[in-house]
Design a protein around this ligand. Sequence first.
Ligand SMILES: [Zn+2]
Length: 433
Amino acid sequence: MNELPSISFQKASAIKTYQEKKLADLLVYLQTHSAYYRELFRSHSIPIQNIQSIEDLSLIPPTEKEHLQMRNKEFLCVAKNKIIEYTATSGTVGSPVTVALTENDLQRLAYNEYSSFACANGTSEDIYQLMLTLDRQFMAGMAYYSGIRKLGAGVVRVGPGVPSLQWETIERLKPTAIVAVPSFIIKLIQYAEDNGIDINTSSVKKAVCIGENIRTEQLEPNILAQRITDKWNIQLFSTYASTEMQTAFTECEAGKGGHLNPELLIVELIDDNGQPVAEGEAGEVTITTLGVEGMPLLRYKTGDICKAYTQPCSCGRHTLRLSPVIGRKKQMIKYKGTTLFAPALFEIIHRIDAIKEYVVEVYSNEIGTDEVLLHLTAINELEETQNKIKAYLQARLRVTPHIKYIEPDTMQKLQFPDGVRKPVKFIDRRKNG
Ligand SMILES: [Zn+2]
């Protein structure tokens, strides 16, 4: 097995000192090479030598997604001929952003995933079946691939979807682990049940779960995780990542939040005024990349709301851990006098067995407040089923959202409009402001 990245196992104070040294390097690099940040330091009269500690970061105005969208090229710090890979954000909210990577950035990305898979109990003895795309400018796909290679483990690129092919490959090549979206793992289980495949005698013992939460805010398995492990005796590891940060937070076997990779990223949780939230409070995940050459980011607001845990973990790491995403800033629904985050609504929907697929649509009504329309595909078209769904939603939400039942093929078109890589579960048709 490769040696584990050691900095994570040092004391929190040593990690902080290490990060602050890397931060000083980054500030000099940005001042020299980034048109966007040079202008930011100048217009806000920030001498970079005034930023010495992680606490000092709060003196710098955060970078918003809109800045990255509108002034994308100004973030680029290298000549065009140094760029190897052009990736793009998935566009969950807003138009996609190009993130360009140099050869060094690709090496950094491989190291990031190597260290993530190692954190999730991966070794060179493992074989990972990748149930995701490596195309469409998707950074994570190739990151997993190169990280697994660095770990010395085996890799099988099956791609997303097609449960029959996934099972046929599992039976033939005997992977020990899968990398997949949790709701797709549910589909794998359903397919196995329908086709007489005994999942618990398969070679797969663990799943690295991407793209969706598998834990509650209290770090207990959520309903999606329970539905998987009630039937399939595998260990689930949660990960949280984004294209912009070029870094992943991955759970260890303790499953107590995703570990920060301190060599690659500084993370702050901040409030609406750009100030760090109090210990234990939820705040917007704001990241500063370390060691990125092509498009480094300084205090970039991800839009994701999380909590952080700083107590040492039973795995021996002293790094900060992040909770699952409690909500996305732009997916906050003001619903009949309460505030509702989309993941909380998804969690309620996941509890209803009668719902096969769904898309949540939010729009503004005549008086400018939010309305929720659920597009649902149910297991059947019986009135009894629809009444059950309505009653359950009413009980959990106090007021029922509008519901529209649609056929599976209409649902497919709604979830997969042209060019998307992952199913759309949230459509925002609200008027801005
Ligand atoms: Zn741990």
